[in-house]
Design a protein around this ligand. Structure first.
Ligand code: 1DF
Ligand code: MN
Length: 346
């Protein structure tokens, strides 16, 4: 099933991995029910405890950084994976556990990349539970381990990054000039209930509702006026936000003029301007020409990057569909290769 070799490197920019140690900790949480996060039990209860073939298969693939993953990459024509600790990463654990686990997983990721430098690059994990420690670990991960940015899996125990206490994380990202990939998580405990009974909490829709909300909270809270050079990456073509661009601007203007809430202050720019200047987008899980073309045209061909979302959505037909996008050869190379090289400094 191998694909023809195109005149660009295929770089996949939202690729999940996990350590056996973290997977065992997830299974312990599932068995002991030791945290309050209905989304975690819904998502990882299936992957971690079910004997269904899809679940067994994902658990094996997500933990492998050797032959299995490399041969899957070869079979689907992926030259390089940008690895990130799978969602929700360390963010469900108590602060001290999460801090130690972020450090140990970053060290292990560094080793895997050192072993296969032409096939892997990675983003670091941090524990937002301790923002100062997270900033410090980002600095170590980027400067010492050579990682290319940071992944944060949306809410941390129901809290969002627009809270000022998280600003050290944005300060560090700006100072290091690396992007923050806000990867989905299941909706926070405060909002998940009506998703659960119809199984809408995870990748089908809940991820986008949660993560799109998170990004909008950052924008309207004024984070980008305070940190104008901050670079945020969203998967899934922006978690729906590009489609809402016009309406968000229109309604935000009215909310500000009416002085509706303490939580919404005037911004220097329109929400859409931050979405065009501080954000980049990957097409993880959205290998569909109408949506990809829409976001490329709206946000700019230099802002949209290819992602597979291995091992969760691993299909060579999707790679072929993206090879066949109705865009110029130059735009295709930007999409698969050079936008990621530039943003992540690969
Ligand atoms: C799923 C999808 C799981 C994505 C993921 O990580 C994930 C899924 C646990 O299909 O259950 O990252 N995704 O990004 O679409
Ligand atoms: Mn993903």
């Amino acid at each position: 099933m191998s694909l023809p070799k195109p005149p660009y490197r295929r770089i996949a920019t939202e690729e999940g991995w996990a350590t056996p140690e973290m997977m065992q900790m997830y299974i312990d949480v599932l068995n002991k029910k030791s945290i309050n996060d209905p989304g975690f039990y819904s998502l990882w209860g299936f992957f971690g405890l079910s004997q269904a073939p899809r679940a067994r298969d994902l658990m094996a693939r997500v933990q492998d950084l050797e032959e299995r993953r490399l041969s899957d990459m070869d079979a689907t024509g992926i030259d390089l994976q940008l690895l990130m600790l799978t969602s929700p990463g360390v963010q469900i654990f108590d602060t001290e556990t999460a801090k130690a686990l972020a450090i140990s997983t970053n060290d292990q990721l560094h080793e895997a990349i050192k072993k296969h430098p032409s096939r892997y690059a990675g983003l670091c994990a941090v524990a937002p539970q301790d923002p100062a420690a997270a900033a410090k670990e980002m600095e170590r991960a980027v400067k010492v381990l050579g990682l290319k940015g940071v992944v944060i899996n949306s809410h941390t125990q129901g809290q969002y990054l627009d809270d000022e206490k998280y600003w050290p994380i944005f300060e560090a990202a700006e100072a290091l000039d690396v992007p923050i990939y806000i990867h989905p998580n299941t909706p926070s405990p405060q909002m998940i209930e009506p998703f659960l009974s119809r199984c809408l909490d995870a990748a089908i829709y809940g991820f986008a509702a949660e993560t799109g909300l998170h990004a909008l909270r950052l924008i309207v809270s004024g984070v980008f006026d305070r940190f104008p050079k901050l670079k945020i990456v969203l998967g899934h073509l922006g978690e729906g936000l590009p489609f809402w661009l016009y309406r968000i601007d229109f309604m935000h203007g009215g909310i500000v003029r009416a002085n509706r809430s303490e939580g919404v202050k005037p911004l220097k720019r329109k929400p859409s301007e931050y979405l065009r200047e501080n954000f980049w987008y990957t097409n993880s899980g959205m290998a569909w020409e109408p949506s990809v073309s829409f976001v490329q045209n709206l946000m700019g061909f230099d802002r949209v990057m290819y992602a597979m979302d291995y091992p969760y959505q691993f299909l060579s037909e999707e790679v072929s569909a993206m090879d066949n996008l109705p865009i110029t050869d130059e735009q295709k190379k930007m999409f698969f290769q050079t936008n990621a090289e530039n943003l992540f400094k690969l």
